[in-house]
Design a protein around this ligand. Structure first.
Ligand code: NDP
Length: 507
């Protein structure tokens, strides 16, 4: 009797099922590809101007960096097309948008946020397809944060008087916005949400290599019934960006990208009276003290540099390790690197996806060769990279001197340079020894040391016992060659406003 009861118990059923199923030969994961068919791409996209699709005069092909497969034909905006977009934005600003009540403006932003949430899977797949980033990152980071940005700034739209008391905030007019390819939709949200909340209209140019999520966003704009011309999207390469910057009818330029282009834009706008914000590069120090929880710190190092293939302006690309724990940290790090899965961005198991473009891959390869030639020791875990597409294995450099190019220049790829320090003073000195000043990380169990370090690090953001954390309510931006102006939070509204009243109350 007892035997019979056991054979019908659920556990035994499970055991029986297992016996029938094939036994895994090893413990490598099976692929878990996200279905691609939720995205329907058009063959050809125009520019989105005045609420309409405008047939482009010139086009180029946008591809998937994971396999170089062409995805669609996209417009390369001419000076006339940029001018038409700016005129549409001006008309929309003067004929309605600047006059509707702030509470109405907020409703549009809330709608956009909700539509983004509803269509998040579609956007996530498209973002990974066109940009090469792992689907788990576009799904769990880019999309939720993009929607959160619109929700957050929707909340401010009718409270500007409270955000800037006694200053009578007013919109500027038309904002020209130029964004990079590392977080295409998220950077769009960072730019468009505060601009609209403050009552402006916009002309935005996505990066040449990643235009598709911005073009799909035009659909969201229509779904939210945003008045025509409030958001205009023109695609193209740097030449299109130049036209936006030069346009006399643009009141404010917001740029995220390289320091080199940022400086060129600043030169172009000097003396023009136009407002400008620049979010540029970085070479952040991620600093590990000997009292840090090492396993968590190793996760933080991995997240700091291999998240989004290291295509992150605030990436923790310089690891500063206290000398006494150098060996265990390097050993743990190398072991952890062997578990990173590099490959198909649409596979839900992938940790490191494709490099965004051939040009970026060449830049990474060039700097990595320079590191090896200068005398640093290179480590890459064994991993098989796909044959087609743009790929680079996660890389760690040890024996790095401060003067090496890999310790000075922004690589913008999955490449970490490890340096050591003995005292907190030395850590600060080394961390600040860079032309950049965007972000830093500190790992220690002592709260007082975190505060001591944060006070001395010349970086716009300092993370403590974590890395790469973002929140729409938290201002983000740099010092020195990392740019100026802040995005996010109440600070992120200010560059999109002009003021009649007295000086800021409380900053
Ligand atoms: P860019 O600064 O060239 O690109 C950023 C954006 O500006 C893109 O939309 C680009 O168009 C546009 N642009 C290019 N030239 C001009 C111009 N003269 N006037 C106005 N807009 C212009 O960066 P890259 O894409 O070339 O990347 C180069 C390096 O920059 C990377 O290796 C990385 O180190 C750094 N970078 C830093 C980023 C950050 O967030 N801090 C983001 C991206 C890059 P187009 O797409 O055609 O180039």
């Amino acid at each position: 009797m007892r035997t019979k009861a056991r054979t019908t118990s659920p556990l035994t059923e499970l055991e029986r099922k297992q016996e029938r199923s094939p036994v895994p030969k090893d413990w490598t994961y099976a692929p878990a590809p996200e279905a691609r068919d939720i995205v329907s791409l058009r063959e050809r996209y125009g520019h989105f101007i005045g609420g309409e699709w405008i047939e482009p005069a010139e086009t180029y092909t946008t591809i998937s960096p994971a396999d170089e497969e062409p995805l669609a034909e996209v417009g390369q905006a001419t000076p006339e097309e940029v001018a038409a977009a700016v005129t549409a934005a001006r008309d929309a600003f003067e004929n309605g948008w600047s006059e509707i009540s702030p509470a109405e403006r907020a409703k549009y932003l809330f709608r956009i946020a909700r539509v983004l949430q509803e269509r998040s899977r579609e956007f996530a797949v498209l973002e990974s397809l066109n940009g090469g980033k792992p689907i788990k990152e576009s799904r769990d980071v880019d999309l939720p944060l993009s929607a959160a940005h619109f929700f957050y700034y929707a909340g401010w739209a009718d409270k500007l008087e409270y955000a800037f008391p006694n200053r009578r905030p007013r919109p500027l007019g038309v904002a020209g916005q130029i964004i990079p390819w590392n977080f295409p939709l998220l950077m769009l949200a960072w730019k468009i949400a505060p601009a609209l909340a403050a009552g402006n209209t916009v002309v935005l140019k996505p990066a040449e290599t990643t235009p598709l999520s911005a073009l799909l966003f035009c659909d969201v704009v229509r779904q939210a019934e945003l008045p025509a011309g409030v958001v205009n999207i023109v695609t193209g390469d740097g030449r299109t960006g130049v036209e936006i910057v030069k346009s006399d009818d643009v009141d404010k330029v917001a740029f995220t990208g390289s320091t080199e282009v940022g400086k060129a834009i600043q030169r172009e706008l000097a003396g023009s009276g136009k407002k400008l914000t620049l979010e540029l590069g970085g070479k952040a120090a991620n600093i590990i003290f000997d009292d840090a929880a090492l396993d968590q710190a190793v996760e933080g190092i991995i997240n700091g540099i291999y998240f989004n293939q290291g295509h992150v302006c605030c990436a923790g690309s310089r690891l500063l390790v206290q000398e006494s724990i150098y060996e265990p940290v390097v050993e743990k790090l190398k072991r952890r690197l062997t578990t990173l899965r590099v490959g198909d961005p649409l596979d839900k198991n992938t940790d490191v996806g494709a490099i965004n473009s051939k040009q970026q891959l060449e830049k990474i390869e060039e700097l990595v060769s320079a590191g090896a030639e200068e005398g640093a020791e290179i480590y890459q875990p064994p991993c098989r990279l796909p044959e087609k597409g743009y790929w680079f294995a996660p890389t760690v450099f040890t024996n790095v001197a401060q003067s090496y190019r890999i310790a000075q220049e922004e690589i913008f790829g999955p490449v970490l340079s490890i340096l050591t320090f003995r005292t907190p003073e030395e850590a600060v000195e080394k961390a600040n020894n860079t032309p950049y000043g965007l972000s830093a990380g500190v790992w220690t169990e002592k709260g007082s040391r975190i505060l001591w370090m944060a006070e001395r690090l010349r970086a716009g953001v300092v993370w403590a016992n974590t890395y790469n954390r973002f929140d729409p309510s938290s201002p983000f931006g740099g010092y020195k060659e990392s740019g100026f102006g802040r995005e996010g939070g109440r600070h992120g509204l200010e560059p999109y406003l002009q003021f009649d009243g007295s000086e800021p109350f409380g900053g």
